[in-house]
Design a protein around this ligand. Structure first.
Ligand SMILES: Cc1cc2nc3c(=O)[nH]c(=O)nc-3n(C[C@H](O)[C@H](O)[C@H](O)COP(=O)(O)O)c2cc1C
Length: 276
């Protein structure tokens, strides 16, 4: 076992409930990542002017498939619009109260328009592969923005619930066909009285495979993670949702547990994505 710094060990302890053997090379970037926790309560303090622009510069610095840059982002600050988006997103209050709501868009519309402008074929945009490329690029970009925001002492939380009604979101944001609001992101200053702890993750033994995938690796990891999460919820004085494995399996039990998103394929087709 290697000896690691007290700071790194404490961060790992929070992230895993134990401190795995890792390279002792903590730096501010990794520290920001290890300290991540979703923020679901914001103060009324606005974010500094041009925050969205700085976050987008960080986002655009992420790798992007073939430099195609198949994503866009809408910075929403208008209270009425945030309110309507909150309603679509299960009425999650923090969508309303965060000063800046970023909507990350899988955007094939820009290349389609460019293809039409230049009278060039752009048939590949109709394939599942390109939808995936846009969603992957959106996620990589948004996560860069998330880390940037957290490094500035801003809090954030992703909002997948805007996929409950992609057509209503598209109307609200004036999205063209072949673009799709993949997820939102609340940004703002965390309400200190409601600050949450770092949430533990599965042990690395269940996640990190060496050379080839080990199909049995999850078993011991999940057992110990159930316990880690029990301890975490008890410490936070939060009501556990049940053991992580059963709670998570309940989330994937079937279409009735998908908040209407089981029809996403048809919805996306109606929004101009052929998905061949
Ligand atoms: C794509 C995506 C969508 C999410 N959507 C929501 C959401 O709609 N509402 C919410 O409260 N949290 C949402 N989350 C946050 C997760 O619940 C959270 O990241 C997870 O529970 C781990 O907690 P942590 O971020 O505090 O470590 C989302 C996260 C991701 C990555």
């Amino acid at each position: 076992m290697t000896t690691i710094s007290k700071e790194l060990s404490a961060s790992l302890q929070a992230r895993y409930g134990h401190s795995p053997d890792v390279l002792d090379a903590l730096n501010p970037t990794i520290e920001t990542m290890l300290q991540h926790r979703s923020v679901r309560a914001y103060t009324s303090q606005p974010v500094p002017a041009n925050t969205a622009e700085l976050l987008v510069a960080a986002a655009q610095s992420a790798s992007t498939s073939s430099n195609m840059q198949t994503w866009s982002v809408i910075a929403v600050t208008d209270p009425g619009r945030k309110d309507r988006l909150a309603k679509i997103a299960n009425n999650q209050e923090f969508v309303r109260t965060c000063p800046l709501f970023l909507v990350w868009v899988t955007d094939l519309a820009r290349l389609k328009a460019l293809g039409n402008d230049r009278q060039k074929p752009h048939e590949s945009l109709n394939y599942l592969e390109m939808l995936l490329v846009g969603a992957i690029d959106s996620a990589l970009a948004s996560q860069n923005a998330a880390v940037a925001a957290e490094s500035m002492n801003l809090g954030m939380v992703y909002i997948g619930a805007i996929r409950n009604d992609p057509i209503a979101v598209a109307k609200e944001l004036n999205l063209p066909p072949m673009s799709f609001a993949t997820f939102g992101m609340c940004i703002g200053y965390a309400e200190p009285s409601l600050t949450t702890a770092v949430k533990p993750r599965l042990p690395q033994s269940a996640i990190l495979h060496k050379d080839t995938y080990d199909s049995q690796a999850y078993k011991a990891g999940v057992e110990s993670y159930n316990q880690t999460m029990d301890t975490f919820y008890a410490k936070q004085k939060m009501t556990p949702l049940g053991p992580w494995d059963l709670h998570t399996l309940n989330r994937v039990r079937g279409p009735e547990a998908m908040g209407g998103r089981h029809t996403l394929m048809e919805t996306l087709r109606s929004m101009g994505f052929e998905i061949r």
